[in-house]
Design a protein around this ligand. Structure first.
Ligand code: UDP
Length: 328
């Protein structure tokens, strides 16, 4: 099949591309290399079934040329993660809303199936656990920048459902804290990457607040598997899915585990949210996916344990550090 992956040079996108090529598909990638990196797809550049376009999804003409050629679109391109959105709020909203509009408008014009990558962030600060797909989103005030990410992703989901009502096959996947090789070593948007970098550099591991807030960390191979199932199974159409591991881990536990697995002399320190993000930051204390819908309709279940996933990620970070030390 001919497949387009927007954001295919990003952390999740590039793993998806590897899997699609391994499965025999012809893969087209568009990425503006804002957070994506050429290093993530370099190994595929000479591949006869791989085509890379360095451009923005906001360029409709480029997008039209790509959408025309493929049968299936994975739309992953976005300004991702709360920190990037807080630092680039306007670009975040424009890319994440207008970009998805363009993808869906073109998919509708050429009648292509689209998978929209969304985020567990859409649930906002809901305290409910676990979170099921039809649960309420609870967002904070618009004066707090972080909520614009959740809001933009929620609009993307609304748009996708509108096109589905018009008959277009779409599926929505909500990723829960994916981690693995190729995460940005500066830890932009991922506490796992940040703690591993800090541990390998012998710097303090910076746990925010009391570290009792939790996340469900999902190894990237599981993230990719869930994405492919949602894209290819008929049961995935017109639905949103939580794609995540349901094992809940406190941030303090994560720091201790990474310190242990890297055999690091680093100490674990606590910083207040104000020290970490400035004033007015609001945190999501718990975020656990209800995985029953993805399991029932897609047969999806995350399989890689946190220990195994962390070991693989640490091994990659060690190799990558030796090859090219990060600019910090
Ligand atoms: N976090 C932390 N120290 C850091 C970076 C993050 O304690 O240096 C915490 C953060 O407060 C949050 C969790 O780790 O509770 C996950 O943060 P991340 O940015 O990875 O993802 P998200 O908040 O989007 O789930």
């Amino acid at each position: 099949m001919k497949v387009l992956v927007t954001g295919g040079a990003g952390y999740i996108g590039s793993h998806l591309v590897d899997r699609l090529l391994a499965d025999g598909h012809e893969v087209f990638v568009i990425d503006n290399l804002f957070t994506g990196k050429i290093a993530n797809v370099e190994h595929n550049l000479g591949h006869e079934r791989f085509h890379f376009v360095n451009d923005s999804i906001l360029h409709t003409a480029t997008m039209e040329e790509l959408v025309r050629q493929v049968q299936l679109i994975y739309h992953l391109a976005a300004v991702v993660g709360v920190k990037h959105v807080v630092d680039n709020p306007l670009q975040g909203i424009l890319t994440n809303v207008r970009g998805t509009e363009i993808v869906l408008e073109l998919a509708y014009k050429y009648w292509r199936k689209v998978v929209i990558a969304s985020s567990s962030e859409v649930y906002g600060k809901s305290e409910k656990a676990p979170l099921a797909e039809d649960d309420d989103s609870i967002l904070g005030p618009t004066a707090v920048g972080r909520w614009s990410y959740a809001l933009a992703k929620a609009i993307d989901e609304h748009l996708a459902f509108i096109y589905h009502d018009r008959g277009l096959p779409i599926s929505i996947i909500r990723y829960f804290n994916s981690y693995g090789p190729r995460l940005d070593p500066r830890g932009y948007g991922s506490v796992v990457a940040k703690f591993i970098s800090q541990a390998l550099e012998g710097k303090p591991l910076t746990v925010f607040s009391d570290g009792q807030q939790t996340r469900c960390f999902t190894y990237v191979d599981d993230t990719v598997e869930g994405s492919i199932l949602a894209a290819t199974l008929k049961e995935g159409e017109g639905q949103s899915f939580n794609i995540g591991n349901n094992r809940e881990t406190t941030i303090l536990e994560l720091a201790r585990k990474i310190k242990e697995l890297t055999d690091s002399p680093s100490e674990i320190v606590h910083l207040s949210y104000t020290e970490a993000y400035g004033s007015g930051f609001e945190e999501t204390r718990r975020r656990v996916p209800d995985v029953s819908k993805a399991e029932r309709l897609l047969g999806f279940r995350a399989r890689i344990t946190l220990e195994e996933g962390l070991q693989r990620t640490i091994a990659w970070f060690k190799g990558d550090y030796t090859a090219n030390p990060p600019e910090v």
